[in-house]
Write a protein that binds this ligand. Structure first.
Ligand SMILES: *Cc1c(COP(=O)(O)O)cnc(C)c1O
Length: 390
């Protein structure tokens, strides 16, 4: 059923292609690998088939990394609601404002999509122990999917991570190691411990499949808008799987003829003012991003000082004619309260940041009142309630 074909270097450097039936993490040149499908053959796939399929991200099976004799490791992730934010939109003078509410995924964030795909591949490739460095949500999602698949999970998190993230990993039976420093330090320790033991590393963009889960956000958006696309997508960016995945998804939908080639959405990256390597690189016009020193923010998912896919994120922003915007912690909290108070949406600080970015783009005149805008609320508020204490 799937038209999966190969794994290719994202640069591309000329090495490869690689066989997706084998275990591959990065290209020989050190860059992330992307899953490629036979899009010519996939053009025969009709949208009408979707009508009878389950409302989860595996409904797009033809363009998902799954072979005919396999089943996905799934907890019902995806097909999250696209909410018309009428009250907030009317306050901002933007009648066509929508929120894609990813807090409704298993373990309360969009990380479920990427980890459902990555754990599925790891399972069918015969892995028995999985490891991940995480600021919180990725660890929770990996722990849940590993438990569901009967695999062992090792999660490495910064020592100052909020307690709910640690407890939820433990709830799913995973081992948690707290590491002094940031997610990049946690990644180093995880790699050191796991290398000799053969652990399957599912770090952001260090395996090809989390992107495949995240790209389904764009498939859904197109399906929910009856195969049209918004003018703007505003997305809180840390490691960048979401940005890179959605940009890849538009390319695939165009290639199989499900959306016109004419006009993709402008992609906006929002980062925290205390950790904004992509925003800085965007403003300086560089192809890659320098690591950010002394990263600090309440938005754990955005406390990523260095992203291995920086050049892919920057490419998506620039090719789309988008923007990169930083939001302060105080603005994120206001954004959480606005989404909560005017729409009844439970937003993580990362979701709150999208409201701040929208305000900045409206003030700059980039977003116009007649534009259709989609904010991505990547996670729910429940694990961050402490930041709301007055
Ligand atoms: C991980 C995370 C992000 C950043 O995601 P990327 O797609 O890796 O850039 C944003 N928001 C939340 C809630 C997260 O957990």
């Amino acid at each position: 059923m799937s038209f999966i074909k190969s794994l290719e270097c994202s640069v591309p450097c000329g090495a490869g292609p690689y066989n997706p039936r084998e275990r591959h993490h990065l290209c020989r040149c050190g860059a992330p690998l992307l899953v490629r499908y036979d899009l010519q053959a996939a053009s025969a796939w009709s949208k009408d088939t979707l009508r009878d399929r389950e409302p989860n991200m595996w409904r797009y099976g033809e363009l998902m990394p799954l072979f005919d004799d396999e089943q996905p490791v799934t907890l019902g992730e995806g097909f999250t609601p696209l909410i018309h934010a009428r009250a907030l939109g009317s306050r901002l003078g933007l009648p066509s404002l929508y929120v894609k509410d990813e807090s409704l995924n298993p373990t309360n964030s969009f990380k479920a999509r990427g980890l459902s795909a990555a754990v599925t591949r790891a399972f069918w490739l015969g892995a028995t122990t999985l490891s991940v460095p995480s600021a919180g949500n990725a660890g929770n999602a990996m722990a849940a999917y590993a438990a569901h698949a009967g695999l062992k999970a090792k999660v490495f998190m910064p020592a100052d991570v909020k307690e709910p993230f640690v407890r939820e990993c433990e709830l799913y039976g995973s081992d948690v190691t707290l590491v002094e420093g940031l997610i990049t330090d946690a990644g180093r320790v995880a790699a050191e411990q796991g290398a000799s033991l053969g652990w399957y590393d599912v770090s952001t963009l260090k395996e090809p499949y989390r992107i495949e889960g995240k790209k389904t956000m764009a498939y859904e958006l197109a399906e929910q808008l009856d195969w049209t696309l918004p003018d703007w997508i505003i997305y809180p960016t840390g490691g960048g799987t979401g940005m890179v995945g959605m940009w890849k998804a538009f390319e695939e939908l165009e290639a199989i003829g499900w959306i016109p080639r004419a006009r993709r959405p402008r992609m906006v990256t929002v980062q925290a003012a205390g950790c904004a390597p992509i925003v800085r690189a965007y403003e300086q016009g560089t192809e890659k991003a320098e690591p950010w020193q002394d990263a600090h923010t309440i938005a754990d998912g955005l406390r990523v000082p260095r992203a291995i896919g920086d050049f892919l994120i920057l490419r998506a922003i620039r090719e789309s004619g988008g923007a990169a915007v930083a939001a302060s912690d105080a603005e994120m909290i206001s954004g959480m309260r606005e989404l909560g108070g005017s729409e009844g949406i439970s937003a993580a600080p990362e979701g709150g940041a999208t409201v701040a970015a929208l305000r900045a783009l409206l003030a700059a005149g980039s977003v116009k009142p007649e534009h259709r805008v989609v904010l991505f609320n990547t996670g729910g508020a429940l694990k961050y309630l402490d930041v709301l204490r007055a």
